[in-house]
Write a protein that binds this ligand. Structure first.
Ligand code: FES
Length: 123
């Protein structure tokens, strides 16, 4: 099964790609199975995600998942992000081919780690 048009769109035109210099929450995640890596940057004010960006080295599905995860994060509260599941990220991409679902885990886990990092910094 091939990637959906939505996955390819996010892969070819990633939203919010790049380093965020003034991030106050940063999360790193690696997929031990393939070695792909992702870093999620968040700028959080008053418990709301103002901006989100990412850097990643990975397969098309993982890049697309990072892209869509940053879009999902913007404007949400940190509590909402903490309630976001790995499946929610895969669903936002319209699903992934069997065998590639694990690729969306990278983005979801990096996003959660970025929120944890923010909580650590601000406690
Ligand atoms: Fe590594 Fe997709 S193959 S995250």
């Amino acid at each position: 099964m091939a990637y959906s048009a939505l996955v390819m769109d996010h892969f070819q035109r990633p939203r919010n790609a790049g380093v965020m210099e003034d991030a106050n929450g940063v999360g790193d995640e690696e997929n031990p199975a393939c070695g792909d890596v992702a870093r999620l940057f968040l700028r959080i004010e008053g418990a709301i995600i103002l901006r989100a960006s990412f850097q990643a080295r990975g397969c098309p599905a993982s890049i697309a998942a990072c892209s869509v995860a940053t879009e999902m994060a913007r404007g949400k509260s940190i509590a909402e992000i903490e309630g976001l599941s790995r499946q929610d990220v895969a669903d936002a991409l319209g699903g992934l081919p069997p065998g590639k679902v694990h690729c969306s885990v990278l983005a979801a886990d990096a996003l959660h780690k970025a929120v944890q990092d923010y909580r650590r910094r601000s406690s």
